[in-house]
Design a protein around this ligand. Structure first.
Ligand code: ADP
Length: 681
């Protein structure tokens, strides 16, 4: 063979002295990718392998090269390689040579020769060619350094690097590829890239590559794209990928740098789950606050909980049940098989998840019913397809009204935040159930109170009404006595009769007051707009005599329209004004009536400059028959302010007094404006 290297006994033999191909060395593909023609030799110069770049440089096939002595390729007389590359050489030896190619042309090259460290006894030599170099140029060493730097980087990088040709055949893979996708680089190099692409995406990849090669159009963002890779074990790994291309010897190559983004994806997934769970809790909380319908809340809660945990079935079990066979009642549920629910509520299935949860008094998380010993009798559940679940007590552990349970049809790991979420949902449910029970109790109490109040009113009315008759009898017989026997009575007798008449009159006044008091609620007129200016005018007319007698000065601000019973409001003003005149002390009475809008109500006030009241007595004066003075000092029955309070309360307001002895008093009360919507009272 005059145009090729002299054949040798091992020419064409693909076996190598160390039993490996250069493609087993990441270095070979790397050098290829970096565009460096390389040849591997025994120490005596017999070629064991060469990369594609060296094959195309020389024009000989790889099989022709293998087994051939390197010196036969060289025009010049080459000193023996062994002498060129001494044993102790630590840096490459560079030499300029003229290579004879298969096409009988000459090529000047600069070659770096370096002894390789091998595990066996036999040493090997690698030759790296800088064929573009002219004898005067010395860029070769930087190119060599570049290759080495690239390899060091590629080895150290936690990200995967692969180099592909236009057929998608993998030319190089760095060690990180094995950590990410499970394939040792040697296994990938030479195979097709589609191996590491999930089957469902392979055709799309091939089409996209074809399109790019034909039109230059990129279907994905080469700077950064997220796509799944196919792990050797068969599962997918989410990857963040950056792509680039380069040319070598008129061939196009693609380089891909990729990173396993599963931790980030998992964190995102967890974050998404947490956000969705928090949103559900916020929604449920709002719903519970705004909505009084507990059943609707429970329905909503089971739906939201199942969705937020991505589970099929969610149940609220009630621990109270009327059945002797059942330990629980299903209060609300979503997505659950009836057979599962029936199994779980039965008293006989003592190891049901709600039962175990109540017994534990804390959340029970079952990742697999097959293996979890806390719910040993779970065959009934597993036969109905239930594999996992969580139970949390609703409400305080000591007095739990029920259990919130989710079931899954696959075995599954639950995160702490899943359990926290369920506990929060259970707390909201507990609050709603508690509120419902409380409202029920409250309504019952209100109903009972109304009945008892009505009875009391009837009693007070009947008693005072019926007492009038004997009282009238006492009064008339006293008057008869006085008239008929006045001449026969001595002064003591007359005085005693006077006391008795006076007592009977007082009693009549008190009975009248009591009757009036008992009728405020039951005999009042409906509340409607009332002009208080008009009311005051009427009252002042009624009190004219008293005003004149005391020479009182009464002033008033303009008063509003309120919602009320005109008759009762008239009585209210009359009582307060007559008190203001009555308890004015020695000076000329000066009374002022004022009105002020305070929030949704009107506050009316009657201010006097009279004797005042001790702050300690300001509560008791509103009670029936409570007086601070003797009848000798001030006339009265002590029912006036009690009536005022009853009237104001019937109008939905409050009454109070601000006063100090000797500094006058201000009686204030609130009333609803006329425009207030009607409420049942
Ligand atoms: P009566 O006036 O018939 O005694 P009330 O219920 O109207 O009954 O008043 C209760 C008590 O409150 C009065 O006895 C009086 O001591 C005190 N009182 C009421 N109004 C005033 C006032 N304007 N100034 C001082 N004390 C008052």
């Amino acid at each position: 063979m005059d145009s090729g290297p002299p054949s040798s006994s091992s020419a064409g033999n693909t076996d190598h002295s160390d039993g490996s191909s250069i493609h087993d060395h990441g270095t070979g593909s790397l050098l290829e990718a970096a565009g460096i023609a390389s040849v591997w030799m025994h120490a005596d110069g017999t070629i064991t392998d060469a990369n594609d770049a060296f094959v195309s440089l020389t024009g000989y096939s790889r099989s022709e090269l293998r087994g051939t002595a390197f010196s036969t390729l060289v025009e010049d007389d080459l000193p023996s390689l062994e002498s060129l590359v001494a044993d102790d050489a630590t840096s490459p030896v560079s030499t300029n040579l003229s290579i004879r190619t298969s096409a009988e042309t000459r090529r000047s090259i600069e070659i770096h020769l370096e002894r390789l460290e091998t595990d066996g006894d036999e040493s090997r030599i690698v030759g790296l060619v800088n064929r573009r170099a002219t004898p005067t140029e010395s860029v070769s060493s930087s190119e060599f350094t570049y290759g080495r730097t690239f390899q060091a980087l590629a080895d150290a990088l936690p990200d995967g690097i692969i180099v592909l040709d236009t057929n998608s055949d993998i030319q190089y893979a760095n060690p990180a590829v094995e950590r990410i996708l499970g394939y040792p680089p040697g296994e990938l190099v030479g195979s097709n890239k589609v191996t590491i692409i999930p089957p469902r995406l392979r055709q799309a990849h091939i089409d996209a590559l074809q399109q790019y090669l034909e039109t230059g159009e990129r279907t994905i963002n080469w700077t950064y794209v997220e796509l799944p890779g196919q792990h050797k074990a068969g599962h997918e790994i989410p990857l963040g990928i950056s792509l680039n291309e380069f040319w070598f010897d008129d061939n196009r190559y693609f380089v891909g740098l990729f990173r396993d983004i599963s931790p980030r994806k998992e964190a995102e997934q967890t974050l998404r789950a947490k956000v969705s769970q928090l949103e559900s809790i916020a929604y449920l909380g709002r719903h519970a606050l705004e909505n009084r319908d507990t059943d609707a809340l429970l329905e909503n809660a089971t739906e939201l909980v199942a969705a937020a945990l991505d589970l099929e079935c969610c149940v609220v079990y009630d621990a109270e049940t009327n059945s002797t066979d059942d330990a629980f009642r299903v209060r609300s549920h979503v997505g659950c098989d009836d057979a599962v629910l029936e199994t779980e509520i039965q008293r006989s299935s003592t190891d049901s998840l709600p039962d175990a949860t109540l017994a534990a008094g804390e959340p029970i998380v079952v990742e697999s019913f097959e293996t979890d010993s806390r719910v040993p009798d779970s065959t009934a559940l597993t036969t109905h397809g239930i594999r996992s679940g969580i139970g949390v007590p609703i409400g305080p552990t000591t007095d739990s009204p029920g259990v919130l349970v989710v079931y899954g049809t696959t075995e599954r790991e639950f995160a702490d935040h899943d359990v926290d979420f369920l506990e929060s949902a259970a707390t909201i449910i507990a609050t709603a159930i508690e509120r419902q029970a409380y409202e029920r109790r409250l309504n019952d109490t209100v109903a009972e109170l109304e009945v008892s109040n009505e009875r009391l009113e009837q009693f007070a009315y009947a008693a005072s009404h019926d007492m009038q008759e004997p009282l009238r009898m006492v009064s008339s017989y006293l008057q008869l006595l006085e008239r008929r026997y006045t001449d026969e009575l001595d002064s003591d007798g007359k005085e005693f009769i006077e006391f008795a008449v006076d007592g009977a009159e007082r009693m009549r006044d008190m009975i009248d007051g009591l009757l009036e008091y008992s009728r405020i609620d039951s005999k009042g007129a409906p509340l409607e707009p009332v002009d208080l200016d008009a009311v005051l005018e009427d009252v002042l007319t009624d009190l004219q005599v008293m005003i004149d007698q005391s020479d009182a000065e009464i002033t008033a601000a303009s008063l509003p329209e309120v919602r009320g019973d005109a008759g009762q409001l008239r009585q209210l003003f009359q009582n307060l004004l007559s008190n203001a005149l009555e308890y004015s002390g020695d000076d000329r009475p000066r009374v002022h009536i004022d009105a002020e809008r305070t929030g949704p109500m009107w506050t009316l006030s009657v201010h006097d400059e009279g004797i005042g009241i001790d702050p300690e007595d300001t509560t008791q004066i509103f009670q029936v028959f409570q007086r601070l003075h003797s009848r000798a000092e001030y006339a009265g029955t002590g029912i006036g302010l009690a009536l005022c309070q009853r009237i104001v309360e019937r109008h939905g307001g409050e009454i109070w007094v601000d006063s100090r002895p000797g500094e006058g008093s201000t009686f204030s009360f609130t009333l609803q404006p006329a425009e207030t919507a009607q409420r049942d009272r």
